[in-house]
Design a protein around this ligand. Structure first.
Ligand code: MG
Length: 382
């Protein structure tokens, strides 16, 4: 018996009945022999970590443009925080940790430079040519743009990881046609979704306070923050200064994760889920908060939206970034000869607009800003 087969039988024994088992995967588009050591989802995770799109997350924006400072989250550090939360949740719920981990590593690969402002800008620029959404772009990266084999394009990732990444776009995107219809997604996908929002709610409060965009007095109005403040005070009485704030943020994070685990366990039991198919066919997602905490999380998210994501300092930075992307897009369309050679070839296959969009979406913040200088500043070196 190979180590992979041993792992598969351990999954059979240890995972919950509603967890996705590696041995039950619908497999890959292009036939390949199985690995002796790793399960299919472990292999997916490794392919994603070694992709160039993954490395570029280091210089892509979460909320702050990469140049703003070394302290703030980038898409790479955000992704690693999501992986951590997703693994904790998957482990506690006896789900397939390797599958959750693979999805989490890839969940933001499709983001263009400059975060949501970048995504909106590309979508507007591509309106007449099929639009742009980051969930769809992940599949283009994993299926077409990354290269690892002479036999096929892309990374040949498993059905389950690819379907989980397309998720919300599944209903309307043309790429969705190949996936079997379902009401919900696998619980491992649902876990990554909640791990994503839990991680950014937590780290955006941290980054916002650090940047001086948010004040603690504003947070004092929020029920979740009040709850975390009480918790931190009980566990660390008399603590003051930056460490006190650190403990409050940490309590908030812990409260949310524990609530997710408890509420999801209760919901899975109440829904009577017995298999991954039960989870997919259920009326509603099983992974989520209790009603009480869900309300408080929604209040925090609304607060962040109003006071952080739309703060004038963030807005100003993003207006500049939208202009950079739009000008680059126009410049390449007008002069496709300015694209690197391999991208000129891609333009013939994928069409000019889509190829320029793929090229721009793959850029880091840093690269896009430098390229803009190279193309528009007559003093800059080409
Ligand atoms: Mg994310």
């Amino acid at each position: 018996m190979s180590l992979r087969q041993e792992k598969e039988s351990r999954e059979e024994r240890d995972l919950a009945p509603y967890a996705m088992r590696s041995a039950q995967s619908r497999g890959r588009k292009h036939r390949e022999s199985e690995d002796n050591f790793r399960t299919i989802f472990e292999r997916d995770r490794d392919r994603i970590v070694h992709s160039s799109a993954f490395r570029r997350l280091e210089y892509k924006t979460q909320v702050f443009v990469n140049q703003e400072g070394d302290y703030y989250r980038t898409r790479l550090t955000h992704t690693l925080e999501v992986v951590q939360v997703a693994r904790s949740l998957a482990g506690a719920l006896r789900l397939n940790e390797s599958l959750a981990e693979a999805i989490a590593h890839a969940h933001d690969l499709g983001h263009p430079p400059f975060g949501h402002a970048g995504e909106e800008t590309l979508d507007e620029l591509m309106r007449a040519h099929g639009g742009f959404r980051h969930n769809r772009q992940v599949l283009r990266i994993l299926d077409l743009l990354e290269k690892r084999s002479p036999a096929y394009d892309g990374l040949n990732i498993s059905y389950e990881v690819r379907e989980s990444l397309l998720k919300a776009e599944k209903a309307e995107a043309p790429e969705a046609a190949e996936f079997a219809p379902t009401r919900q997604y696998l619980l491992e996908e649902q876990v990554v979704d909640l791990a994503d929002s839990t991680a950014y709610n937590h780290h955006d409060v941290d980054d916002g306070l650090k940047a001086g965009i948010l004040e603690e007095t504003q947070l004092d109005e929020l029920r979740l923050w009040q709850r975390a403040r009480r918790d931190a005070k009980e566990n660390y009485p008399g603590l003051t200064g930056p460490l006190r704030r650190r403990r409050i943020i940490n309590s908030m994070f812990g409260l949310c994760i524990h609530d997710l685990i408890d509420a999801t366990r209760a919901r899975i039991a109440a829904m009577g889920l017995r298999s991954p198919e039960d989870a997919r066919n259920a009326e509603r997602p099983a992974v989520g908060h209790s009603e009480e905490i869900e309300d408080e999380v929604a209040e925090l998210q609304h607060f962040l939206f109003e006071n952080f994501y739309r703060h004038f300092r963030v807005n100003r930075m993003m207006t500049k970034c939208r202009r950079v992307l739009a000008e680059l897009f126009a410049a390449y369309l007008e002069n496709p000869g300015a694209l690197p050679t391999e991208w000129q070839g891609w333009s013939e296959k994928a069409g000019k607009h889509r190829a320029v969009c793929d090229y721009l979406a793959g850029m880091t913040d840093r690269y896009a800003l430098d390229e803009h200088k190279r193309l528009f500043d007559p003093e800059a070196k080409g």
